[in-house]
Design a protein around this ligand. Structure first.
Ligand code: PHE
Length: 346
């Protein structure tokens, strides 16, 4: 059987040497060492040999198999590098040409606008603050002058988290607004203070085109000596004019929020009709934009700030709504749908 094996080996090495491309090489592989190949056939006969021959032939056939496998791999590499060299020598092959284009991701429209808002406010000396999305009842309500019995608790439909009640901080909720970060930041830094808080907020809503359970707000807070509503108006006018890249008018009306006194609603002049009245502004020339007001003294006290020495204002607006206005998005649910057909338009 030994001469038979040696012959097979020579034939196979010969065939490998003659192969000029990978297809031919593969044929050789199948013919000699494939599952139905000649060497495999011989190996199948080994079990019928006597006990003296068995180990010798077994060992030799395995050695030959390894040797042939290596020879095939080496030849394959040779053929491939030859093909590559041929390609490089081809005068029409441009090695400097850019490779295939890769698809790039981009920033979500909500994050784009958030970044712009942050840039404008940092340029006016405001810091960017963050706060927990799972918040205590204390920071979300009590600290903001909304006691448990207060009817304003009904203004916001709230997700409560099932956990143990804390004596001071009450139960846990998903924050219904970014306002809890007001007291948190006062506790952390004291006065004076200038900050904004962009962040995710949650309400227990039946969803439709203009309501979602998750949306984004931006809170603003400025505390110093001799701060008045005119500073608020000035900052907001500057902010909106920079954001929209043109002069924007700001209008202030009375409004009610337990954590400000006086409380305000802020509108800006409609950018579609320039104040003449259209569908977007419901023929009023003004677009409702945010809640605001002078920080209530109970809120300053909760934050450890002396209301006799310091005063300030706060505002809160819907970042999600701002993005929708900017891009003419007609359904709030698109924003967080993760649908690429939506996201890739921005
Ligand atoms: N937190 C209020 C809301 O979610 C907005 C607001 C913030 C109003 C700050 C006044 C001052 O509607």
């Amino acid at each position: 059987m030994i001469p038979q094996l040696e012959k097979l080996k020579r034939e196979c090495l010969d065939a490998i040497a003659k192969a000029t491309d990978t297809e031919q090489l593969q044929e050789v592989e199948v013919k000699f060492i494939g599952r139905k190949g000649e060497l495999t056939n011989i190996l199948r006969g080994v079990k019928d040999l006597n006990d003296n021959e068995k180990p010798v032939i077994g060992k030799l056939s395995n050695e030959i198999k390894n040797e042939l496998e290596q020879a095939i791999a080496a030849k394959k590499q040779k053929i491939e590098s030859k093909a590559l060299n041929a390609q490089l020598e081809d005068p029409t092959f441009d090695v400097t040409a850019p490779g295939p284009d890769r698809q790039k991701g981009h920033i979500h429209p909500l994050s784009q606008v958030q970044k712009e808002v942050e840039d404008i406010f940092t340029s006016m000396g405001f810091m960017i603050k963050d706060g927990p999305e799972a918040e205590s009842e204390y920071y979300n309500f009590e600290g903001l002058n909304i006691p448990a019995w207060h009817p304003a608790r009904d203004m916001q439909d709230t997700f409560f988290i099932k956990n143990k009640e804390d004596k001071k901080h009450g139960r846990m909720v998903l924050r219904t607004h970014t306002s809890p970060v007001q007291v948190r930041t006062m506790e952390e830094f004291g006065a004076p203070l200038r900050m904004i808080v962009p962040g995710r907020t949650f309400r227990y809503e039946a969803t439709d085109a203009s309501h979602d359970t998750t949306f984004y707000q931006v809170e603003g807070l400025m505390i110093d000596k001799h701060i008045s509503i005119s500073h608020l108006k000035g900052v907001l006018k500057q902010f909106l004019s920079k954001l929209f890249g043109r002069e924007v008018k700001v209008r202030i009306r009375p409004g009610y929020f337990p954590f400000v006194e006086p409380g305000l609603e802020v509108d800006f002049s409609c950018l579609i009709c320039e104040g003449k009245g259209c569908r977007v502004c419901k023929k009023t020339g003004w677009v409702e934009f945010m809640g605001a007001g002078m920080v209530h003294e109970n809120v300053l006290k909760a934050g450890g700030i002396d209301p006799k020495k310091w005063q300030g204002w706060a505002f809160g607006f819907g970042l999600t709504r701002l993005v929708m206005m900017r891009h003419g998005i007609d359904d709030i649910r698109h924003n967080l749908s993760g649908d690429l057909r939506f996201v890739n338009q921005f």
